[in-house]
Design a protein around this ligand. Structure first.
Ligand code: ADP
Length: 597
């Protein structure tokens, strides 16, 4: 178990962090405090039962065997049996309880992380690698899971048992106890040392495994090139070297174990030798009764084993701590776009305006937009065009508050979007992304996403309004067709149609559209265009146009470049102007209406 838990310096927690983490984890356990309290009692009872066995033996030997009293012997035997039975029952209860608490804790954690991620605005996802977010849910949750399933009980019980055993040994015979315990510091030092060295050794092992695997993978993937240039022998040599290095790293790690475990065993045996040898002379002296020796022999088992276990569990605990730290770190990351406490609902109707809008993706990075001013009247359709990377999408994202501006503001009907309630934002604005995403479920379910309380008839009506109903009703299962079963058979165009149907069902005042750049197959292309035209009726529309037809149809066209809007007017006006748009128009028509940006 232990090689999986080699941890890096970076993962080690600082002192303050550990206690903070513990307190926070305990707070998360609050709903289960009843179970936690019961668990603590069971734990104490288990420890008491475990040490009561040797005590029963001592009683039997001293008061029964030594005094030829069969009744006491029977009593002691019965007590021992009772203690063994209790250990069994309590151990079972403990495992069940700890797992029950731990699994619920993990369930809550997974839920919190997911809920938190669902609320994060776009800016957060721009900064994150999806792989890392997935790692929070997989490897971090896994290391906590492992701790819950295997480590936690062992860690707590070992610690408690160790302390109680030392106390009991000291209580029975202080002198003999001190003599036996003399070797304990050696075991503790050896354990700490072993833990440190072994952690390092397994980090090296992990590294070397990675090295061997990547050489292997590269060899396989590049085998054609290797053969073409006759590099097989050189590559084999390289692999052999890495393979050998992996073996050496393992051998060193195993050597450490080979030194450590026998040392603990030896210390245990020395303890026993002291009990039997020196303790024996005490018995002969009459200083201690013989039962004490018997109890000591049994109790010593509880002494060295826990130290060894604790040192092994230390890494598991540390990696779980690091995982918990990362998970809490994620939960503490605020969404870049927040709802104000005193938010107001947006009025139902109004102009959308950008006032001195300035924005850069990072505080010290370049400004993508610089003091942009524009007013979009209610019901107006504005097309944004311009070269790739000019900032069209950025402007569209700011106008729909996926980001907050660095300077200036965006207002709808005079209300700064930062003051608007999220609910009213969603009612007034619909963003249609470039790529339609389909979730598991039927077409109906997928469209209904836009308004979960809509009836089937309402969904169908919305689809009909933009003229896409017949397309989907014509499928074998009609609107009940499962999208995932057909899976990839849904074309990009069809996904786009579902996206537009969602927007039609949401029926918001303002539509922000990012037109697909890739050309669709001619059949659906016409359908998408038609649906778009219908969808845009009576709406305030901001569309990032990649097609001539879209900008032609718009009421106004804005050319975005150089951090702002450099030309604005109707399609005809701009063509007449003979500036940037006219040049773009030429390139579009020159390519026969092909996609361009
Ligand atoms: P357009 O839509 O006109 O192609 P964008 O708005 O996507 O342009 O991009 C404008 C500029 O902002 C580009 O230089 C781009 O590299 C940068 N940019 C876009 N998105 C991000 C992001 N998430 N993080 C940092 N920079 C970005």
């Amino acid at each position: 178990m232990w090689n999986n838990h080699a941890i890096d310096e970076d993962d080690k927690l600082k002192k303050g962090e550990t206690s903070h983490l513990m307190r926070r984890a305990l707070r998360m356990l609050r709903p289960y405090r009843r179970d936690v309290v019961i668990c603590a009692f069971v734990l104490v009872a288990w420890t008491a039962a475990t040490v009561s066995g040797p005590a029963a033996i001592r009683y039997g030997v001293d008061h029964g065997l030594a005094k030829d009293n069969p009744d006491v012997v029977n009593q002691a035997a019965l007590l021992f049996a009772l203690s063994a039975l209790s250990v069994w029952v309590l151990s079972r209860t403990q495992i069940l309880l700890v797992n029950r608490i731990g699994e619920r804790f993990l369930r809550d954690m997974r839920e919190r992380v997911f809920d938190h991620l669902m609320k994060m605005s776009l800016g957060f996802y721009d900064q994150q690698q999806t792989g890392k977010l997935v790692a929070r849910m997989t490897s971090d949750i896994d290391s906590l899971q492992e701790l819950v399933q295997m480590g936690l009980i062992a860690f707590v019980t070992s610690g408690l048992l160790l302390i109680v055993t030392i106390v009991v040994l000291l209580a029975i015979s202080p002198l003999l106890a001190l003599l036996c315990l003399a070797s304990l510091p050696i075991v503790v030092i050896a354990s700490v040392q072993f833990q440190r060295l072994s952690n390092k050794a397994y980090l090296v092992v992990r590294d070397r495994i990675g090295q061997t695997l990547s050489t292997f993978q590269e060899g396989i993937s590049g085998v054609r090139v290797i053969q073409a240039f006759g590099r097989e022998a050189a590559n084999e040599k390289r692999f052999a070297r890495h393979n050998q290095e992996q073996l050496d790293a393992y051998a060193y790690a195993v050597k450490l174990s080979a030194i450590y475990f026998p040392v603990v065993e030896l210390a245990g045996n020395i303890g026993l030798a002291i009990v039997v040898g020196i303790g024996g002379t005490f018995v002969l002296d009459g200083t201690i009764p013989v039962g004490t020796i018997a109890a000591f022999v049994l109790l010593l088992q509880n002494l060295f084993e826990p130290v060894q276990q604790l040192s092994q569990l230390f890494n598991m605990l540390q990696s779980a701590g690091a995982a918990l730290n990362k998970l809490f770190g994620l939960l503490d990351t605020p969404s870049p776009v927040q709802e104000r406490q005193a938010s107001v609902d947006l009025p139902s109707h109004g102009a959308l305006e950008a006032v001195d809008l300035t924005f850069g993706y990072s505080a010290d990075g370049p400004k993508v937009l610089n003091t942009v001013n524009i007013t979009i009247a209610p019901g107006e359709r504005l097309a944004l065009v311009g070269p790739t990377g000019a900032g069209k999408s950025t402007l569209a994202k700011l106008l729909s508050r996926m980001y907050d501006p660095t300077d200036g503001c965006v207002r709808y009907a005079g209300v700064d979007l930062r003051d608007a309630s999220f609910r009213s934002m969603r009612e007034r604005f619909t963003v249609v992304p470039q790529e339609g995403y389909l979730f598991q479920g039927t077409i109906l379910d997928n469209v209904r996403l836009a308004r979960p309380d809509a009836t089937d008839a309402e969904v169908a009506a919305a689809m009909d309004r933009i003229g896409v109903l017949d397309h989907f009703a014509g499928l074998s299962d009609g609107l009940h067709t499962e999208v995932r079963e057909r899976g990839s058979r849904f074309s990009a165009g069809e996904r786009q149609l579902v996206s537009l149907a969602r927007a039609a069902l949401a029926d918001a005042e303002v539509l922000v559209l990012d037109e697909a750049t890739s050309s669709l197959d001619p059949g659906t292309e016409a359908e998408v265009e038609q649906a778009l035209t219908k969808l845009m009726e009576d709406k305030t529309v901001i569309v990032i146009a990649h097609r001539l037809s879209t900008s032609e149809r718009a009421d106004r066209v804005a050319v975005v470049a150089e951090g702002g809007i450099i030309e604005m007017g109707t399609h005809d006006e701009l063509v007449r102007l003979g500036g940037h748009y006219a040049a773009l128009f030429d390139s579009w028509t020159g390519q026969g209406h092909a996609a361009a940006s």
